[in-house]
Every structure is written in structure tokens, then in C-alpha cells.
Design a protein around this ligand. Sequence first.
Ligand code: SF4
Length: 543
Amino acid sequence: MSKNLRGLSERKGLEHGLYEEIATAGSKGQGLNDKNLEAAIERFLVGKSLVLGVSSFYDFLSAEHRGKKVFVCDGTACLTSGRQEVVKESLLERYREEEIGTVSCLGHCHSNTAYLGDHGVLSAEDHKPADKKIFTGTNAGNPALIAPTGKISEYYSVINEYEDRSGALREIELSGLRGRGGAGFPFHLKVKSSQEAKSDRKYVVCNADEGDPGAFSDKWLLEERPHSVLFGMLMTGLITGADTGVIYIRGEYPGAVGIVKEAILRLDSENIVGGLLRGSKFRFYVVEGSGAYICGEETSLLNSLEGLRPEVRTRPPFPAVYGLFGKPTVLSNVETFANLRYILKEGGAAYAALGTEKSPGTKLVCLDGVFRRPGLYEVKMGTPLKEVLNVMGGGTRYPVKAFQVGGPLGGIVPASKVDDLTLDFESFSREGFLLGHAGIVSVPEDFPVIKLLEHLFEFTKKESCGKCFPCRIGSIRGKELLTGASESGEKIDRQLFEDLLETMQLGSLCALGGGLPLPIRNALQYFSRELDGYFTSKTYGHE
Ligand code: SF4
């Protein structure tokens, strides 16, 4: 079934595909009316259920968004900082309650004042565009990611040094680059699999659907260093034989969408890529998301691009051999692609030397608005976490009891464990946490941990694609248990709660349902004194 729909979708191509048709027809808070719905059905020869199933999946196209004029960020950092209420109060001076909705993280965790309006992301402080420059810093002498791009033609001319494309793949392998979206999968293996796959068509897809609250590094790269991302995609395409690069940017980042489109126009108008490729072609497409966190999961993203309901696909097959429209596709995250220019210019060994043996290179780390110097830092892998938080970030402005690192599915690191961690994949995993995307959200001393857990279950409930029961139902049951305990004084049966976590962890198809138990267990372990009263029996914690 999906294969047939995939084939139909491919025939229309990306530019006028089913997703674009539905997203355009239902955008601007109007929802998908009957006229638009019928037009899509006729043009694409698909059933009404498919179009309704797709359109109802996305926040921006859903019935709940209709009639809303502004949207307050409901990400973790805006919640724990207590700023959500402040932003809403300021909006109530201008809008009626029913005109104010919520939106998933806007990537302004460094200021906690942003909201989304008709004209982009605005600051509740002055109701002007919120996209101000943010503070950046690094402890890498020659940073791979935040260094200025310089003259564009020179920047791209590195391609000339790799006429033998296999040499480029060798340098990438030597660099040991691991995917920066969270999973840390060796990047060269994806490229190699796609290169070796036989197909009439191949793709490169950049996952710019950075939905983890607390992370804004992809947003920064897209807006401040778009050519580093485009270069990485182009080079990947040249190695694998792909002629098309698709950048899927979340709709909550309208500024990034415009800037990347401009960067592509510039490449075309100055014939920079065309000149370097000497006849062969590579085209970029920008696709704007419509509000769905799960589209940051690679197979959900592919289904979204194909105009299907973006539920997670079972794997194998993996996207490197069966990706967009069923064709070999290297799909990776913004920061991963952005590293390639440095690797190919300076050499894979130089890149690897910036980090540790198993976590080579640098990592972009985002610090939220509670830090004295909130912003974006390029950090050498292996750097002590306390150096990142207290020296680079200047420490927090008020007492903090924990940091959630790596988004809603990342670990909850108690302040007492900071000294034991270094910033790399292994250290976090050894200590029972997850580095993930490395966005860091502070949990103030007076913020109830039970409220944070409720928020995490609520987030999963809202963003679950619904494909598997443990996540779809488990997230609702977990939220109910926690709300009952925090608001009505009901005790949570500890064994039942543990069974729920185990079912979600073992039975979920992807990292959303399967990953949620990690931060929940961290909290149960390290904040047992605060949480014990909500449960029926004593904890297994180590406070
Ligand atoms: S774990 Fe959740 S998001 Fe992932 S496939 Fe299952 S229902 Fe979908």
C-alpha cells in the first residue's frame, strides 16, 4: 500500500508533491477546507482518508490551530524558566484568550521570550522580531562549525581537491564523524551504503526538523552558516551519486527557511556549484514542516516528504538503501553535514583530534536563558561538563538542581553529577544519561520534578505518531498517573509505573516512546526524596 502511494507521490516529484499541496492549502491557520481537499484528491488520485489522515497529523494544519493568531512556546526551557506565563500575559494585552495557541519549541531557549505570530517569531518584550544574534563561543582553537564562511566561491572550491570522490569518503571515515542528531551513528557508513546501492536515482536529505526543546544549534547553523550545511549535502551527493538534496526545515523556524532559500538562490545565480560540477547537476529543495516533532525521526520525515501520514517506518530497510521514494538516501542532521567542509579542508585526522577517540570532533552545545552567558558553544568532545556550564556559560543566575541534556528524551542530570561527566557520547551513556543533541535546559531548585515528569509525558502524548501501542497509550496513562498524583493526591502504584516504563522502553518502535523512560528513571533515582511521597512504596533511589 505505502509502496504504491510512494510511487504515485514520486511521479509528481518534490516541487509539487502531495505534502506541499496539503501544507499550502491548509496553511495560515485556515485548515484544509472541502474545496482544497477535493482538489488534492483529484490531482493525486488518492483517497480522502489519506489526505485527511495527513493533514490532521500536523499542528499547523489541525482544527485546533484554526482561528489562532499567536502561539506561545511550550518547550521545556520556557516552562521551567517560568517565562511561559509572562509571555502569555503580555499577549493577553493584545489578543483574546481564544486567539492564543501553543507551539512546540521555537528555538529561543536562550531568551525564553519568543512567540510565533503571522510575521514570524517575535519577542514578547517589544513584539519585534526575536531573531537577534546570540552569544557564541568555543574552546576549540580552530573551530569546525562556528568559524565564518568567508568568500563563498573559495568555500566551495574545496570540491576541486576531491575529483576522486572516494578520497573524500576516506577523509570522512578517518574523521570518525558520528551523526549529531542524537543517535551518534557513524556517518561514513551511511554514505558508503548509499554509494554502493544500485539505483537510477539517489537523494541526500538534511533533517532540519530540530524539535528538541533546549536545542537551537541547527537553527543557528541554518541561519548563520547555511553554506556549511549546503556544502556538506552537496559533497555527500557527489560521493554517493545523488543529484538532489532536500532540506526539511521545521515550520517553527520561518527565519531559517528564508535564509536557506536565499543561500540556494545565490549559489544558482553566481553559478558556483554549476561551475564546479562541470556539467553534472545537483539541485536543492527546501521543504517547510508543518508542526510535528516526530518528523525529526528519519523515517517519519521521509513519509512526510512523500505526502504520506508521517508515522515511523519499521527498519530495516534503512534509508541509506530504501529512503526517499524508496531510493537510496543519505539522511542526516544539519550539524553532521555542516562538519564536512572542515573535515575535507583540514583532513579527517585534524577533525578527529578535536575530540576523544570514540567521540571525535566538536559538538555544538546550547545553554538556556538561566545561564549568565546563554547561547551556543562549540565544545571539544571530552571537555568536562562543569567547564562548559560554569566557565563557558558563566554558571546559572539562580540555584539549579538539575539539567536536562539532549531534549525531552535526554537524561536528567542532577547538579551533583555534573563533576562526573565529560561532554561526549561515552561519558553520558556510562553514567546513565544521553548526550543527544546537547541542548541544556536548567531545572531551577524550586521547580517541582513531578511537574517536569508530567510535561515529558504530555510532550510524548502530544507528539506520538500513534503507530505503536506502548507509546500511544503508555504516554497517556503515564500522564494520567502523574497528574492524579500532583493535583489530586492520588498515590502512584510504583510497580505499575515501573511496568509502564518497561513496556514503553522495550515495546516502542522508535526513540520517542522507547526513550522517554530514561529521563523518568533518572528523576526517580536522583530525586527520590522529592518524588517518594507521590508513590505507594519506597524508592530504589540513591539520594
Ligand atoms: S514510539 Fe511513538 S512515535 Fe515512535 S513509532 Fe511508536 S507511536 Fe510512533
